[in-house]
Design a protein around this ligand. Structure first.
Ligand SMILES: Cc1cc2nc3c(=O)[nH]c(=O)nc-3n(C[C@H](O)[C@H](O)[C@H](O)COP(=O)(O)O)c2cc1C
Length: 337
């Protein structure tokens, strides 16, 4: 109830500014104390093993909430079982011009074309080192806007090499719709080359550091059944550790008639819910027990969180639902799972 009152005020502000404002507030000691007092009873939940790692609970933050790892401590205090930071690229970049984030309030949707605005991998490493969080930190990596698709694998290798010792798992983002041609990496020989090369790098770093860091691949919800079958085959062949399904969709048909519905960018939130759950079901049939799925897309209630798990997700993540329903939803979902 309290959050819905605050939301009324927050939704009067520009979406990107209000996002930064909320995170900065959460970082304040006063809010952390407030949260500690009110979250005490909901902290117990069943631990879960996935990718060889132990997660405190099944619900984590989706990439994009904390691109630079500046809010790891305060996000972890909200009760999340794991925090995925990023997407981060080898070099810092500004992303697309503002405005680039739009609410579709009647449908609990968001369209974004942020374009991997981030301060670069070196800055992220400093922030992870500074954080006191001892839980699971996933690091989501991407390529710089100016790197051609042909050379993009090198950007992923740079990030893997640099972040290896600081990440619990690494998520390879080949599905953002806001970086030109990035989604081409999901198909054909370039996909095989990417998967082969990153697994070789993982083997090399495993041997060097005596630490195995699992690699997850984040996919788009706009893949066809046939494309999902093909990509699953490759994930199994190259022994990918997990699949994150899904990123935002380019299908705006359900929101076209609404304010902001025709903005360019990826659509998330409730309009993505069914589509991403369907992708998880298909993936689950193709992957069987071989590769775990991290389900994300439109989770906005206990019911939708359970649906993702029923469809085959081992872990789940949330972004847009948090904007529309506030931190209370985290506790409710964790308690219910
Ligand atoms: C503003 C915004 C920024 C995002 N940035 C990233 C990103 O940098 N990397 C990424 O892999 N996904 C990013 N996403 C996608 C989310 O991680 C998630 O996959 C998607 O929003 C679906 O989940 P949701 O419906 O719970 O929001 C972003 C989403 C939003 C709304």
């Amino acid at each position: 109830m309290f959050y819905y009152l605050i939301r009324k005020l927050l939704f009067l502000i520009d979406p990107e500014k209000s996002h930064i404002f909320i995170l900065k507030c959460l970082n304040f000691k006063f809010f952390q104390l407030f949260n500690k007092i009110f979250s005490k009873k909901n902290q117990k939940s069943k631990k879960i093993k996935c990718m060889g790692l132990i997660f405190k609970n099944k619900l984590g933050t989706a990439a994009g909430i904390d691109k630079n790892g500046e809010y790891i401590n305060c996000l972890s205090k909200l009760g999340f079982g794991f925090i995925e930071v990023g997407t981060v690229t080898p070099l810092p970049q500004n992303g697309h011009p503002k405005p680039r984030l739009f609410r579709i309030t009647p449908m609990e949707g968001i369209i974004n074309r942020m374009g991997f605005n981030n301060l670069g991998i070196d800055n992220l490493i400093l922030n992870i080192k500074k954080s006191h969080f001892k839980g699971i930190i996933g690091v989501n990596i991407g390529k710089n806007q100016n790197t051609s698709i042909k050379n993009s694998i090198n950007d992923y290798l740079i990030c893997i090499e640099k972040i290896y010792l600081y990440a619990s798992y690494i998520a390879i983002n080949i599905s953002s719709p806001n970086t030109t041609n990035l989604r081409n990496l999901q198909y054909g020989t370039i996909l095989k080359h990417l998967l082969y090369t990153i697994k070789e790098k993982q083997k090399e770093l495993h041997k060097k550091h005596l630490k195995y860091v699992p690699i997850a691949i984040k996919i788009s919800p706009d893949l066809s059944i046939k494309e999902l079958k093909n990509i699953s085959k490759q994930f199994i062949k190259y022994k990918i550790d997990a699949v994150i399904a899904t990123n935002t969709t380019l299908d705006h048909s359900s929101v076209l008639s609404l304010k902001n519905g025709s903005q360019i960018g990826g659509l998330s939130g409730l309009p993505l819910q069914k589509k991403s759950t369907n992708i998880i079901s298909i993936l689950s049939k193709n992957l069987g027990e071989k590769i775990p799925i991290i389900g994300v897309g439109g989770i906005n209630s206990i019911h939708s969180a359970k649906e993702k798990i029923k469809s085959g997700a081992t872990l789940i993540q949330i972004y847009s639902g948090l904007i529309y329903h506030g931190p209370d939803l985290i506790k409710k979902i964790i308690k219910s799972l």
